[in-house]
Design a protein around this ligand. Structure first.
Ligand code: PRT
Ligand code: ZN
Length: 293
């Protein structure tokens, strides 16, 4: 029987859809059914363990899963609250579910900066990360642990401020709160333990992560095609964002050449206008689906 690599993924929630989408972009075929704990990948020796995000670091640490996809915030908190006995490390940043763990308080209240936290109460679901921040900054404040609805704590006098995740900022605004300090920036990460993979698992892992890297690189990458006078090529090459040497193809006997390049950074309208002002014509920007090597 071939060995199967087991990846712990959030079953349902803010990370789940993007995690499934990334694995599908890596070419894995699977379907998620109702209450199932395990989803079998049909075309690779990989199983997905479908769990709550909070369990992912410890599953990887104990070896119940070989890899995990979780928020960096959850991993950092778990490592801090487990007394650093956790063997779960960031293998790669995955570029989705970006958010920040912020300190926030009444927009018009007494607490407007970290210095004002002295002697106050802060509600949070992240006592580990908050405790470390308070210690490092020599702030004497009490952290009040909550399991959810942290943003309501100041209005019901449970705490004077909060330490919570923010993405759009709409939740803070709806509760009359304003962020005054970011203590952690987070995104989804691939988690691995420091143990070596046994047997065939190393090869399954190598193939998967090279595909993941390809998906991440192609996300912002574009293929640019344009025509330009030969004399303009040096200037145009300088502007193409994040590209190596472009391919230059002569166009018949004319003074024109076709320029083609992979740009690994975002291509904005401003870049295209810049290219046009340097003599580029017929500029096409195409999405790249996959990249390898
Ligand atoms: O059921 P399970 O335990 O698996 O899920 P969960 O309810 O604990 O977590 P879930 O699905 O809400 O979030 C999973 C992960 O998504 C988090 O650990 C973060 O890594 C990431 N993430 C990204 C976020 C947010 N953005 C986010 N905005 N997690 C939570 N929020 C919450 C925040 O706590 C606050 O209540 O959304 C609200 C703020 O959002 P904005 O857009 O109004 O600022
Ligand atoms: Zn959770």
């Amino acid at each position: 029987m071939t060995e199967r690599l087991r990846i712990a993924v959030q079953k349902k929630g803010r990370l789940a859809d993007d995690s499934f989408a990334m694995l599908k972009k890596c070419g894995l075929r699977f379907s998620i059914r109702g209450g199932a704990l395990l989803a079998r990948v049909k075309n690779a020796p990989i199983d997905l363990l479908l769990v709550r995000d909070d369990d992912i670091p410890s599953f990887v640490s104990t070896g119940a899963a070989d890899l995990g996809m979780a928020g960096e915030n959850v991993l950092v908190e778990e490592v801090l609250t487990s007394g650093n006995t956790m063997d779960a490390l960031i293998d790669r940043r995955l570029g989705f579910s970006r958010c920040s763990l912020c300190l926030a308080a009444d927009a018009n209240g007494q607490i407007q900066s970290a210095a004002d936290l002295e002697g106050t109460k802060i509600a949070t679901t992240y006592p580990g990360v908050l405790g470390k921040y308070l210690k490092e900054n020599n702030i004497n404040a009490t952290s009040v642990e909550m399991k959810g609805a942290v943003e309501l704590a100041p209005s019901i006098d449970i705490a004077d401020s909060i330490c919570d995740l923010v993405s759009s900022g709409a939740t803070l605004e709806a509760n009359g709160l304003a962020a005054f300090e970011t203590i952690l920036n987070s995104e989804a990460v691939l988690i691995k333990s420091s143990r070596e993979f046994a047997g065939e698992k190393q090869a399954i892992y190598d193939s998967l992560v090279s595909r993941i890297d390809g998906v991440i690189r192609s996300a912002d990458s574009k293929y640019i095609m344009l025509n330009a006078p030969k004399s303009a090529v040096p200037e145009i090459s300088k502007i193409l964002p994040g590209s190596d040497a472009p391919t230059i193809i002569p166009l018949g006997d004319s003074d024109l050449v076709a320029v083609q390049a992979v740009c690994t950074e975002n291509v904005f309208w401003e870049t295209l206008e810049d290219l046009k002002s340097k003599g580029a014509r017929s500029i096409l920007v195409l999405p790249i689906e996959k990249m390898l090597g």
